[in-house]
Design a protein around this ligand. Sequence first.
Ligand code: MN3
Length: 210
Amino acid sequence: MNEHYPFVNPPLPYAYNTLEPFIDEKTMELHHNRHLQTYVDNLNRILKNYPEYHTLSLEGLLFYLDSLPEELQTPVKNNAGGVYNHIFFFSNMKNPATQTPAFPCNSYINTVYGSFDAFLNAFRAAALSVFGSGYAWLVMDVFGRLKIITTANQDTPLSLRLQPILNLDVWEHAYYLKHYNKRDAYITDWFHVIDWDKVSRNCSSPFPLY
Ligand code: MN3
């Protein structure tokens, strides 16, 4: 994730069919091999003639979005965001997965939401509330407080100075082949493949200040 230009599409940390029957093989293949690949290719094309930014990481590009030349801001937001959000999403899934968070993540969640089930309900409601394309996120602010937010398109919490802990892609391409237009059924299936071991580590990792 800390690589810089030219960016590459890292292989998934599991096979395309690993998340079956919750998320189908064809969806994972198209999502990784076509959707994410397109964002990687576009980002490299956009940055090609700006060598001064070739040492910046994905996180750096997104964190410092406002400092980039104006003509780069929207294309970098969309495409570096598309790369970051997808790699993060793919890296937080596993099957079979640990179904509950570990300490201290579970304790943070209970403090804010009362219980793990209440957290899942709140996350589901947020994911259902995204109108059109975007993501639901669990993030941590600079004071270590957890929060559920939604973002449109390929916007990222990094640009809001928030640390990503967990995200769910609710663009239709993430679920349409298997779940058609039933986002709620997709969310229920996705709950089975959240890698809570990994997410719990995200809770404890330092804020990516650049
Ligand atoms: Mn997607």
